[in-house]
Design a protein around this ligand. Structure first.
Ligand SMILES: Nc1ncnc2c1ncn2[C@@H]1O[C@H](COP(=O)(O)OP(=O)(O)OP(=O)(O)O)[C@@H](O)[C@H]1O
Ligand SMILES: [Mg+2]
Length: 266
């Protein structure tokens, strides 16, 4: 479904090559993790895939095929169709991805307004349904609230609802739980798992934390300085990391957390 071939991203402003030829394939409904230390190129990769990268300051090469169509070299108009409609995005800081002046419900409907011909009444009904799906309390009331009236976890649920309402093929989540406390983190990861299973939406989960990826993703790619240095089944890599850098990533996890991550239900 999504096929990345030899993707390079270089910032023309600094000459920095942030992504140095990565290959990655994501099947429909598959959940893939992309882990790596700070600065390894994860967010630049995510921004490139979702079409949000500022094209005037980067030089891109390679291919990103979404169902065979190259979205790396398509027009802005085509890109708008892909972004939000076929690929949804969830970022780390839910406060910055929500408009503080707009009611939560209206923001959840936004993708429907842009990409479909649904009537306002239909959009609202779908928004309420999506809000219930992601576990937002009392959708009828929450619909009319502003982002600052929600908790961090609730804001992240609202973002997920706004990305999922249109049922994209792929949901790219860049550190979706990093700003949240551990309990809420687990709830959000379990929510992503449930939605991806129920609606057969593929997920690319980006994190610097192996235990987060392990909770959600069957497969993982480890990124180091712009390259993928190791990939495979998350469980195999967790147990028998081959690359030295992967070993260091796993060793950096506190022992108790490493142990905790083996159970999906704790
Ligand atoms: N707008 C930009 N201009 C120039 N260089 C950039 C820009 N954005 C990112 N970079 C560089 O690209 C490299 C990869 O950055 P990126 O944000 O993808 O890292 P990351 O893996 O997401 O890290 P983190 O875990 O901290 O989020 C870094 O060296 C960074 O300095
Ligand atoms: Mg990042």
């Amino acid at each position: 479904m999504l096929e990345i071939r030899d993707l390079h991203v270089t910032f023309t402003t600094t000459g920095k090559e942030a992504v140095k030829g990565i290959d990655l394939t994501i099947q429909p409904g598959e959940r893939v993790g992309l882990v790596g230390e700070s600065g390894s190129g994860k967010t630049v990769t995510a921004m490139t895939l979702s079409g949000l990268i500022e094209r005037s300051i980067v030089q891109l090469s390679g291919q990103v095929l979404l169902d065979g169509r190259d979205i790396l070299h398509c027009s802005r108009a085509e890109l708008r169709q892909v972004h939000g409609r076929e690929i949804g995005m969830v970022f780390q800081e839910p406060m910055t991805s929500l408009n503080p002046l707009m009611r939560v419900g209206e923001q959840i409907e936004e993708t429907l307004r842009i990409h479909t011909h649904r009537t306002p009444a239909q959009r609202k009904a779908l928004a309420l349904e999506a809000m219930a799906q992601v576990g937002l309390p009392d959708p009828e009331t929450t619909y009319y609230k502003y982002p600052h009236q929600l908790s961090g976890g609730q804001r992240q649920r609202a973002i997920i609802a706004s990305a999922m309402i249109i049922l994209p093929k792929l949901l790219i989540c860049d550190e979706p739980t990093t700003a949240l406390d551990v309990t809420v983190q687990k709830q959000i990861l379990d929510l992503l798992r449930r939605l991806s299973e129920e609606y057969h939406v593929a997920v690319l989960l980006i994190s610097h934390d192996m235990t987060v990826v392990r909770r959600l993703c069957e497969n993982v790619a480890v990124m180091y300085q712009g390259r993928i240095v190791e990939r495979g089944r998350t469980e195999d890599i967790f147990r028998h990391p081959q690359d030295e850098y992967t070993r260091r990533l796993i060793a950096a996890i506190p022992t108790r957390k490493r142990h905790d991550a083996t159970g999906k239900d704790n």
